[in-house]
Design a protein around this ligand. Structure first.
Ligand SMILES: [Ca+2]
Ligand SMILES: [Ca+2]
Length: 355
């Protein structure tokens, strides 16, 4: 039997279960269910409506960049390789089970990355400079390794794997960021405290807070944006802290729909500076630095990560459909192509006149 936290189709085949918990099950709130889900005897069922959802961002083309199983967090290295964290629950396995992360090369080739499978490898970041791991472009992987212990490992470009550190401050990892000094910041999941691992390999507790970790973003200029959700109320919140761990804004964003909102991209975008994220209702939204919201797209489903690519396009993990999406501006008509078309038209017209 499916458990109450699973999403199943009416004939009992698992479609996708969103890995919001990585541990003890908490019943899904009704408002986070897809529109085509129904509640039967306490079990949520999802009836596929044929084909994939429509992803719409006016002025932008949304296309499949690569097909990958169960994608969660995304991170580019300095060479344009895109690393994709992974959660086995999408394929019916354990939320904390072992898997190899994916690497999508710039030519689109997908490789299972790392010398061995790692438990719960859903959160990733890239140490492009090597300041944290000693090896540029090592991929940091945030893991849950036991009921008491969280761990950060890193995969070097030769695919060998080392432990960066383990902690009992929290047993699972919700997000990574880098501060302006190049220190690695790590937010927990069940306990959303924030740790700092500096370039001298010193680990300190920067922030202790309650709720549940959703994600962490840094602006690289002194501020940390920490997204949390509260079990039961789903009153999602983004707080701002200084890099010293001092609370700057306790309520930068509030009332978000909890775990299912993901605020993954912080920086300049075509919609201005601020945060980009996807809500549980499929809305792609931008929040400016005052917290004002602009809706910029619809139809997204279970999109745990948004990152800016080296080509200026945005890349989104589409957990439900086992793929990474690329969102790029509608291309301008090539001016040479326009000139060529006009020239061909002129030739045709002249030919008709000469007949
Ligand atoms: Ca997981
Ligand atoms: Ca995890």
């Amino acid at each position: 039997m499916p458990n109450k936290n699973d999403v199943w189709c009416s004939i009992g085949v698992p479609i996708k279960r969103y890995p919001v918990e990585d541990g003890p099950m908490i019943p899904w709130h009704l408002e986070v269910l897809p529109r085509n889900a129904v509640l039967v005897c306490g079990v949520f069922f999802l009836c596929p409506q044929g084909g994939r959802a429509e992803f719409v961002v006016p002025g932008y083309v949304v296309e499949t960049y690569a097909e990958v199983a169960d994608p969660i967090e995304l991170a580019f290295d300095s060479l344009g390789n895109l690393f994709v964290g992974r959660d086995n629950s999408g394929s019916g396995g354990s939320q904390v089970g072992p898997a190899k992360i994916h690497r999508i090369a710039p030519d689109g080739t997908v490789t299972e990355w790392g010398a061995e499978a790692l438990s719960d490898p859903d959160v990733v970041a890239v140490d492009t400079s090597g300041a944290i791991t000693g090896t540029p472009n090592s991929v940091l992987v945030g893991q849950r390794v036991s009921t008491t212990t969280g761990r950060v490992r890193f995969i070097k470009p030769d695919q060998s794997i080392s432990v960066l550190f383990s902690t009992t401050q929290f047993n699972n990892i919700a997000g990574f960021g880098f501060d302006s000094s190049g220190s690695l910041l790590v937010q927990g999941l069940f306990t959303p405290d924030i740790l700092r691992y500096d370039t001298n390999a010193t680990l300190t507790v920067l922030v202790e807070q309650s709720g549940r970790g959703v994600n962490l973003q840094t602006d690289g200029a002194g501020l940390i944006y920490s997204a949390t959700g509260s079990p039961g109320t789903y009153d999602g919140r983004v707080r701002i802290f200084s890099e010293a761990g001092v609370l700057v804004d306790d309520a930068y964003l509030t009332g978000l729909d909890g775990f299912r909102s993901n605020f993954n991209y912080l920086g300049q975008s075509p919609w201005g500076s601020g945060l980009l994220g996807v809500h549980s209702n499929g809305e792609l939204a931008h929040y400016d630095l005052t917290g004002a919201k602009t809706s910029i797209g619809t139809g997204f489903s279970q999109t745990p990560s948004v990152v800016l690519g080296p080509d200026g396009a945005y890349y989104l993990s589409d957990f439900t459909n086992d793929r990474v999406l690329r969102v790029a501006p509608v291309p301008e008509p090539d001016s040479l192509l326009v000139l060529l078309s006009l020239w061909v038209l002129t030739i045709i017209r002249r030919g008709r006149r000469d007949r």
